[in-house]
Design a protein around this ligand. Sequence first.
Ligand code: NAD
Length: 437
Amino acid sequence: MKKPSVITPPNGKLGVLLPGLGAVATTFVAGCLLARKGLAKPIGSLTQLGTIRLGKRTDNRVPLLKDFLPIATLDQLVFGGWDIFPDNAYESALNAQVLERRHIDPVKEELEQVKAMPGVFYPEYVKRLHGTHIKQGKTKADMVEQLREDIRSFKKNNGCDRLVAIWCGSTEVLVDPSPAHASIEAFEKALRENDPAISNSMMYAWACLKEHVPFANGAPNLTVDIPAMTLLARDMAVSIAGKDFKTGQTLMKTILAPGLKARMLGLDGWFSTNILGNRDGEVLDDPGSFHTKEVSKLGVLDTILQPSVYPELYGNIHHKVRIEYYPPRGDSKEGWDNLDIFGWLGYPMQIKVNFLCRDSILAAPIVLDLALLMDLGQRAGFTGIQEWLSFYFKSPMTAPGLYPEHDLFIQAKKLKNTMRWMMGEDLVTHLGNEYYG
Ligand SMILES: NC(=O)c1ccc[n+]([C@@H]2O[C@H](COP(=O)([O-])OP(=O)(O)OC[C@H]3O[C@@H](n4cnc5c(N)ncnc54)[C@H](O)[C@@H]3O)[C@@H](O)[C@H]2O)c1
């Protein structure tokens, strides 16, 4: 990344495009609308509530991030999106059953204005859904053109200065990296030839990048995590990030595992199971979609615990992840974790974590932060993969050849130091008796 000499100010409206207007997307939109009316607090959002220490501790400079960074305000946001069902954001929010009526009704009119544009949907990538609100086109290249037209019309009709897109669509089946993903030319040929290696989410991402719209991927699908997208992002000077919002059990894992490692406590096994009953759970009930999620969730412990560096502590971990679709729970997921750890002289101990979390409540602030920070990065001239935003992802994208950083605390430090660096402030190194601020 090149240090920006100037950051274009966030003037005018920022359009946030959401492919997939389901539970996460509508919880995010409703929350922003409520927060800007002062009816609720954007809890969980670093950009709205977080502060940053600048200079020495004795300087007492600790502004709010939203005052320090030239980011768009909530008032400047305009929301739009696509779905394969025709519901507007109000109907979809009711259907998702995440928010109570007291949080939906006060913003009913604004939510109704967020109407789903027809989606691009080849059902083989999401087997459990039978979309009815979908585009027709002969080839995947035609679909990309239709999406590009949607993007241009949305921008014009809503008077937006800039756009960002955050994929909030369903998890797709695992698509293996293929030669069709290797270059821009191969990808465009594959689009024209309806190659099965091109999934729905990739068509949205391609359309966004072609329209200079930064794209972040909240699901574990490959989507922008292929060479063709990185190359296109570089050519179009646009930013990309992914993948899979870090919420729930994985968030807990990346909080707990660094603590165990910092104290040199050993780990024999980590068994994680979840029950959830929302549409995401239904989609994940399909083994193909679950496998994509499993790959995303399993990678975390290895990079945090470094078994090759600490073989006697972490060389033989049994790590298992299960997700069970259980409709009565709706969006209120329950996760159980059992950690078999060992300490001094090898004595075994156990930790049990029972997290009664709300997935979309944890994901919504991530969507907001990503929208604002991707836009900031774009205005600062950051292009390609935005590793500084790893903090928000279960399976962070990295430059080729680098391993992803999963430790939440290292990610947080990287995020804040990048913010200091881009704004011309000293980095906080914690040397000289310094305290982590
Ligand atoms: N909630 C969380 O904590 C969390 C965490 C990490 C990742 N995610 C991911 O975020 C995504 C959204 O989660 P959710 O709980 O909102 O799911 P959801 O099922 O409520 O919403 C997904 C929406 O995407 C739509 N969709 C599917 N394919 C589409 C396409 N091709 N074009 C347009 N729309 C399409 C579906 O109709 C649905 O309305 C999922 O991929 C999920 O795995 C969620």
